[in-house]
Design a protein around this ligand. Sequence first.
Ligand code: ASP
Length: 323
Amino acid sequence: MWGIIATWRMAKEGVEEGVKVLRDKGTAGSAIEVAIQEVENYPLYKSVGFGGLPNEEMELELDAAYMDGDTLSVGAIAAIKDYANPISIAKKLSEETVNNMLVSSGAEKYAAQEGFERKNMLTKRAQAFYRERKSQIEPVELKPYDGHDTVGMVTLDDKGKVVAATSTSGLFMKRKGRVGDSPLVGSGFYADSKVGGATATGLGEDLMKGCISYEIVRLMKEGLHPQEACEKAVYNLDKELRERRNNAGDLSVVALNNEGEWGAATNIEEFSCVVQIENQPCEVYVIRNDNGKTIKEIATDEWVEKYMKSEIGYVDEEKWGKQ
Ligand code: ASP
């Protein structure tokens, strides 16, 4: 039994690439790497890899991570600039015995030594978007979903190996050096082949308060179905945050267990994910939170069209540039 689950509709083309690897009996690790690379390389997705949105100083700092559910090895990079595929650097780091998480210039030095491709990841289009936003608002608080989302995935291969990984440009207009949940093990992602894996997207500052991905895997280990585990983790954390802080940021999660069962939950109005399990078609699901109840529906064509317009819909090329 193999399968992939990923956050957001933008992951679809990547999931299709990952599926090819799994169908050919490739490993969960190779599948997740090619799947995430595909999303990183696509210039019009504005929150991951090439074309991602910059920080407040108009620099594009990227975070990524990789976890092998067999060995529990983790590799992560944060605030790296000018490297083409952060996911591959994180994967490579997971093979080291120590120094598994590197940030900023340290991560760049490692990437250079290992021969990874250097690339200016900040596109003209992302710069135009930055200038437009800057002129509209002086950001006084972090506002999730004003132009950011993380691609997080969990893969399962036919040998029963589970891998989880993430890649993101983090919050648009974030402070230089800011690191969210995505490269933090247990918060943005977690994988254990004996159980399954989980990954998160939303406001990193709040997701990490509940180590939410680890919590989901822990709940699955106690015997919960991935759907129950996702809902419990999201709604509990949402409740705790509201009680203690009067406010909860956006929390959205997906999980896949080692039997190919999956789940997703959110505390926002609408979140999407892409799922393909062996012998089933690849589907985009819209996940809605209806007063603490999760509703999962296959995305309609109209929904996908609307999503694509909002995600990559800066179609005025004169204004935004082609890339
Ligand atoms: N969780 C990411 C971060 O806080 C952003 C996102 O997933 O939308 O960096």
